[in-house]
Write a protein that binds this ligand. Sequence first.
Ligand SMILES: Nc1ncnc2c1ncn2[C@@H]1O[C@H](COP(=O)(O)OP(=O)(O)OP(=O)(O)O)[C@@H](O)[C@H]1O
Ligand SMILES: [Mg+2]
Length: 207
Amino acid sequence: MPFCVGVTGGIGSGKSRAASMFGELGAGIVDTDAISHEITGVGGSAMPAIIEAFGDSVVAADGSLDRAVMRRLVFANPQARKQLESILHPRIREHARHQVAQSAAPYVLLVVPLLLETGGYRDLIQRVLVIDCDESLQIIRARQRSQITEEAVRAIMAAQLPRQQRLAGADDIIRNDGDMAHLRHQVTVLHQRYLTMAAGAASKEQG
Ligand SMILES: Nc1ncnc2c1ncn2[C@@H]1O[C@H](COP(=O)(O)OP(=O)(O)OP(=O)(O)O)[C@@H](O)[C@H]1O
Ligand SMILES: [Mg+2]
């Protein structure tokens, strides 16, 4: 398996942006949000199980998951949320493991928004990178990225780890409280470190 860094951070902290910068430098990127969308999209591999569990009302006309309907359903019903997660999580994990294993990049970043909350993926990752920024910036950026109220962002933040606890789980931290150039600089420095670590891990494996 390639050297793998788990990337996490609160909503709007800059995980996706940072990951794409690492990707431009040559890191492999495996994004669990993207996998989740793929398996619940048109012809997605999770759709038969979802339809069996929740019926046709959660399916859009094209056969993909109707996210708005599903969101309302799980918001009102913790049991339904559990059931949805029990369908999605093992499938996302299996796809992620496969994509990490197949990567030809010198190392892989595995982006998992709730990495520290769920404690998952430990067997796949060697390090945890936390993307961190001020909570007020998180709200501004999350709202900039998608049409969402401040109240809704705060509700999501409340369901995620408090900032200090997340930072306590980090091996590496990117402080994304400046401009894009500031973010890019930190990504470039860490990329070099990860290349060195990955090369060290690979030679240990061989020798
Ligand atoms: N340093 C920065 N300066 C200005 N804007 C930024 C910076 N970092 C990220 N952004 C912007 O903030 C928004 C949120 O960033 P991004 O989508 O990467 O966060 P995320 O952690 O992936 O969020 P989510 O948890 O919702 O997936 C995006 O519009 C992104 O372009
Ligand atoms: Mg993202």
